[in-house]
Design a protein around this ligand. Structure first.
Ligand code: TUI
Length: 310
């Protein structure tokens, strides 16, 4: 079970990818996941392009294993980041929150493996036609920006629709989730929330603590009315946002409430007014472990369930 087309494609030991989470997925976390045998990702999000270059270089100082960069396509600087990834010799790119079609040729010509995150069968097929090496099929159980279909329903439909490897994401936090994803036809998983609470994760202790005491029903989806729904843990900010949305507030007013709010939560630890992005498995995360411990625990549990050792 350890070896799938995905582990071969990426040259990694275990079929586990860390989500490219904005602010959270910086080089310490990415290097730790890669050193533990998964694929670590630096989340470029909305960081200045030169910061992304710096992050890539620092990551390389901490690991000689493969790691990748997630390019968030709503970022106005996405094009510059796309070029930096190539200049710095990064071997794997994942993309989120849009269609990476216009960067595909640049990346493929430079030997970069491209793994778009998709939230529908149509997008998965389009990405395969455009030359993607694999896709992450991300269900709406995920934290952050989400689509509208669940992982359980999305993954098998994407598996049936494309020939490239499919990585399941959304609602996966332990070995049971990995085993279930394999049963749905996935060849790996991407996990975000579980790694937010890793020892190597630099997020503010308040953020980790909020996540550790979260229950299964503690997340809310804001931004349905803006076309950019985001899942985060319920707090003063989400309550205010949902109240404004119900009253029909305009985009600018809602934007004002969330401007810089993820940074405020992740870096400054404001888990009351900030955005505490997390997926629905938050209630399952009960301990802060190292990335190595997390990956070992998940692999042992999944292999036990699937009855294999290879
Ligand atoms: O991208 C994510 N998760 C994210 S991005 C992010 S930063 C952000 N913050 C506030 C508002 C918006 C973004 C936080 N979390 N996951 C991957 C993902 N991609 N989920 C859904 C999609 C997606 C959605 C539409 C992919 C493609 C797509 O296509 C639309 C199109 O362009 O046709």
């Amino acid at each position: 079970m350890r070896k799938t087309r995905l582990t071969k494609l990426l040259g990694i030991e275990y079929p586990i990818i860390q989500g490219g989470m904005a602010w959270v997925a910086e080089y310490h976390l990415a290097a730790a996941v890669s050193n533990a045998g998964g694929l670590g990702l630096i989340g470029a999000a909305s960081a200045p392009p030169e910061t992304v270059r710096e992050q890539i270089r620092r990551c390389r100082e901490l690991t000689d294993k493969p790691f990748g960069v997630n390019v968030m396509l709503l970022n106005p600087n996405a094009e510059e980041v796309a070029g930096i990834v190539v200049e710095e010799g990064v071997k794997v790119v994942t993309t989120g929150a849009g269609n990476p079609g216009k960067f595909m040729r640049l990346w493929k010509e430079n030997g970069v493996k491209v793994i778009p995150v998709v939230a529908s069968v149509a997008m998965a097929k389009m990405m395969e036609r455009a030359g993607a090496d694999a896709v992450v099929a991300e269900g709406m159980e995920s934290g952050g920006h989400i689509g509208s279909i669940t992982t359980m329903a999305l993954v098998p439909q994407v598996v049936d629709a494309v020939a490239i490897p499919v990585i399941a994401a959304g609602g996966i936090g332990d070995g049971r989730g990995l085993a279930a994803a394999m049963m749905l036809g996935a060849e790996g998983v991407q996990m975000g929330t579980r790694f937010v609470v890793a020892k190597e994760s630099i997020v503010h202790p308040n953020y980790k603590e909020r996540l550790l005491r979260a229950s299964d029903i503690d997340s809310e989806v804001t931004g349905m009315s803006t076309g950019h729904p985001v899942r985060s843990l319920r707090n003063k900010m989400t309550k205010e946002y949902l109240r404004l949305e119900k009253e029909g507030a305009d985009f600018e007013e809602l934007e004002r409430l969330t401007l810089g709010s993820l940074r405020n939560a992740v870096i400054d630890g404001d888990v009351v007014n900030g955005t505490v992005m997390a997926g629905q498995i938050a209630g399952m995360v009960k301990k802060e472990l190292s990335c190595g411990e997390i990956i070992r625990e998940i692999m042992e549990q999944a292999e036990g369930l699937l009855g294999c050792t290879q």
